[in-house]
Design a protein. Structure first.
Length: 386
């Protein structure tokens, strides 16, 4: 099978890139091992989608197809340090309708998947098991376990932090585990959240409460591995009590909607995410701590900017030209570096064993919240407008 662009990985970043290329002159193959499955009830994996990426998903033909009763605007953030520091700000502070929109991962993935399948220039190949990757001057060739071969002028690796494409291409990744897990779960609350997201920088990690439609929240508790295992071992009532107490009873009593799950956290950077006829996007190219909620937003912006480069390319140019791909990397480098650096710095500053920095960091948080310039910068950071 001959295509212009093969995208390995039909997760949010890969599928959004395919959808951004719909209706173009490019013949696209989107390869995935298994199709997405919409979670029963509320999905425990949710994302805060920045306004710029809402616009991108709308351009992809996806956002306006989502069930609006499953989306929730974040209108305000209330951030607490572990020793009295506090910052709070709202979308109103910078003339925005919302700082972000909460959306369930599986529903967004399913809508992207179905949108891609409807496009005449996109072939969705699933299930596929990749066996080998080879390259010559004209194409990258993917050998599938069923004997098929895909020859593409450009290969996109969008297959996550443990990217098969990255490994096969011999592209090095610098990684550093945080020795933490992100514990996620959804709860019903007895008090309304009014579109507010809360975040507590605690001695046992960072706890975020993210609003969902109705009196519901989703949490991400980024915490040392031992504490994460303790949370997972709790009964539903014990977990509700622990999360409510950690959040200072802000929303009253909690009832568990989805069982808790956990995933390991790590920092990862790829120094050179492109090579001749190959580019990495999303988690295949970078991974960050979830405390800022920017991970998937970086992936969407990778997809948007790479799509822009490819769509603007004259028909006579080779879509796999490394000079084109490096132009995309230069445009993405500043935001990726800035978000990784700021997020990693915040994690180090508030990690449980940061000792004497406690008083200083909380004082800095409170002072920063009172300075208009810094406050505006933090609003833009929270909204993904850096």
């Amino acid at each position: 099978m001959q295509v212009d662009i093969a995208i390995v990985g039909a997760g949010l970043a890969g599928a959004s890139l395919a959808c951004a290329l719909r209706g173009s002159r490019y013949k696209v193959a989107l390869l995935e091992r298994t199709p997405p499955v919409t979670a029963a009830g509320w999905d425990a994996r949710v994302y805060a989608i920045a306004p710029a990426n809402v616009d991108f998903l709308r351009r992809c033909g996806v956002w306006d197809l989502l069930d609006t009763t499953r989306l929730q605007a974040i209108e305000r953030m209330d951030v607490h340090g572990d020793a009295g520091g506090r910052i709070d700000f709202s979308a109103y502070d910078c003339g925005m309708d919302a700082l972000a929109w909460m959306a369930e991962s599986s529903r967004l993935a399913s809508e992207l998947w179905e949108t891609a399948r409807r496009q005449p220039n996109i072939s969705v190949l699933c299930p596929t098991q990749l066996q080998s990757l080879s390259q010559d001057a004209d194409a990258v060739r993917l050998q599938l376990a069923d004997g098929r071969e895909i020859a593409a002028r450009l290969l996109i690796g969008a297959d996550g932090a443990n990217s098969w494409v990255r490994a096969q291409a011999g592209i090095a990744a610098e990684t550093r585990p945080y020795a933490q897990h992100g514990v996620v779960a959804n709860f019903e609350t007895t008090k309304p959240h009014f579109g507010t997201a809360w975040q507590w920088f605690r001695r046992d990690g960072v706890l975020a409460w993210l609003p969902l439609p109705g009196n519901r929240i989703s949490i991400v508790w980024s915490t040392p591995e031992q504490h994460a295992q303790q949370l997972l071992a709790m009964s539903a009532d014990e977990l509700c009590a622990a999360v409510a107490a950690a959040g200072q009873g802000t929303l009253g009593q909690l009832s568990l909607l989805t069982p808790a799950a956990a995933f390991p956290l790590r920092w990862m950077r790829v120094k050179e995410p492109v090579a001749p006829r190959l580019a990495l996007i999303g988690d295949a190219a970078h991974a960050i701590h979830p405390l800022s909620g920017h991970g998937i937003n970086l992936g969407f912006q990778d997809a948007r900017m790479l799509a822009d480069e490819l769509l603007a390319l004259p028909a006579i140019r080779d879509v796999g030209d490394v000079a084109v791909l490096r132009r995309y990397v230069r445009k993405r480098a500043e935001e990726v570096m800035l978000v990784q650096t700021v997020t990693d710095g915040l994690q180090k500053l508030f990690e449980p064993d940061s000792g004497p920095l406690g008083a200083l960091r909380n004082l800095g948080m409170s002072v920063a919240g009172r300075l208009p310039v810094l406050r505006a910068a933090m609003v833009r950071y929270a909204a993904g407008l850096m």
